[in-house]
Ligand binder design. Structure first.
Ligand code: CTP
Length: 432
């Protein structure tokens, strides 16, 4: 046991825990009861603790067990018929169980208290079982290194071994040790994310470590050297933030952009209010902003970045179609019909991207035509279909699509066309 620990264990957040969703609260207490019966110590850790203390909703249950997660997982499955073991990784000392409560599936991640040793910077760590203090010490920031006991005898007691509670109060993002960013450079993106999201400050020494790491050049073009999927996850979180303009500003000012590519440049227009309202229905905001950021790079570098970030083919398509269609629209004379032709087969997110690019570059012509496309044109539907044309004697095949397309162009100019008008136009086209 550590000296500091006995002193700090006095803070209890039972009152705050009472305010979370009732099913989750009951679950935490049930898990604690089983842990105590099994002679194991179990703590709620990570983002959920941080967010409960800040008053935000977060129901991602991460439990650390001192020191045998699989033993607790097995005991839970044995004790609760509504609990199934969905994964068990002995090498990482982790397990996942899923509870079925009132028709709701609630996943619970369990991990043995672990120590991580990084053989070399940015490598995947070697993991071995440890005590709670070492487990908390391996984490990114003090505000994420708080553990809350869920055992019945001291439910809600906080193990605050690195002054995380003070940092939460003072709104500081602070690493636990000087090698934190070297061990895991994705933490630099996380530092920026938590600062922007929570309105916190990166504490002075931590800022110095981050600046030094980025200035050293060791993390330049990092995604060419390490698995890009972890960087992608963090970029997704960062650019999905509601205050995304602030996130992007911090992304450039902190220097962390260099992990993606040293050739990136702060984008024009984002310092003023970007039209985020057009993204209100888009779950892939992050992808659209990533595209905005890489748009001015050479095409082959853009492609390398997307591949290194391990983007899916759908994601790559959204970015590529958006960027290439935008530059195509910039370089030719356009009207609403040609805009319709350019946009009709590309993903919605690409259309939103083009609109954002137009707004950021003050290209009013493209911007207003795309607004018109999103608001009105994309909603226009023909009343006739291929079968109607077959009824008029058209043979099955490509011709049908071409005729429907021409009628659509007419309908864009005259949206009040009825089915009869469309059939008349089809007949005229067939005569020509
Ligand atoms: N963690 C870490 N280093 C990382 C990622 C995660 O130390 N690079 C630790 C932190 O203690 C973190 C916990 O693992 O709180 C869970 O990580 P994650 O689920 O990614 O983040 P949360 O902190 O839960 O935050 P959020 O849910 O907002 O992403």
């Amino acid at each position: 046991m550590f000296m500091g620990m006995t002193m700090q264990m006095k803070t209890n957040i039972k009152d705050k825990l009472q305010k979370i969703d009732k099913d989750h609260l009951k679950l935490l207490s049930d898990i604690g009861i089983v842990a105590e019966k099994t002679d194991l110590k179990a703590y709620l850790v990570g983002g959920m603790v941080r967010d409960i203390l800040l008053g935000y909703e977060n129901l991602d249950i991460d439990i650390v067990v001192e020191n045998n997660a699989s033993k607790l997982a097995e005991a839970l499955v044995k004790r609760f018929p509504n609990c199934e073991l969905s994964a068990k990784h002995d090498k990482f000392h982790t397990a996942k169980v899923i509870f079925n409560i009132n028709g709701k599936k609630i996943p619970v991640d369990l991990a043995s208290t672990r120590e991580e040793i990084y053989e070399h910077p940015a490598a995947l760590p070697t993991v071995s079982v440890s005590d709670l203090k070492k487990d908390l010490y391996r984490r990114d920031f003090t505000i994420n290194a708080l553990a809350v006991s869920i055992l019945p005898h001291n439910f809600g007691e906080v193990a605050d071994l690195f002054h995380g509670l003070d940092d939460l109060k003072d709104k500081k993002i602070r690493v636990l040790h000087d090698l934190s960013f070297i061990d895991d450079p994705t933490r630099m993106i996380r530092a920026v994310r938590f600062a922007v999201k929570l309105g916190f400050e990166i504490e002075e020494h931590t800022k110095l470590l981050l600046n030094d790491a980025m200035k050293s050049g060791k993390f330049d073009n990092l995604i060419q050297k390490i698995r890009g999927d972890r960087v992608k996850i963090e970029i997704r979180y960062l650019f999905n933030l509601q205050n995304v303009e602030e996130a992007i500003k911090a992304f450039f000012e902190s220097g962390i952009y260099k992990m993606i590519s040293v050739n990136l440049k702060p984008c024009r227009g984002l310092s003023r209010q970007a039209p985020t309202n057009i993204l209100r229905d888009c779950s892939r905001q992050w992808l659209i902003y990533l595209a905005v950021i890489i748009k001015d790079l050479k095409t082959d570098e853009q492609e390398k970045i997307l591949t290194n970030l391990q983007m899916t083919s759908d994601e790559i398509k959204i970015v590529n179609k958006g960027i290439s269609t935008y530059s195509d629209l910039v370089n030719r004379s356009i009207n609403i019909t040609s805009v319709y032709q350019s946009l009709k087969h590309i993903p919605n997110e690409s259309v939103i991207l083009i609109n954002l690019l137009a707004k950021l570059e003050n290209n009013e012509k493209i911007g207003s035509l795309i607004d018109e496309y999103i608001e009105n044109i994309s909603k226009i539907k023909l009343n006739i279909c291929g079968d109607d044309l077959i009824g008029l004697g058209v043979k099955e095949g490509k011709e049908i699509g071409k005729i429907l397309d021409k009628i659509m162009e007419l309908k864009i100019k005259n949206p009040s066309m009825k089915k009869d008008d469309e059939i008349e136009e089809a007949k005229k086209l067939l005569k020509d």
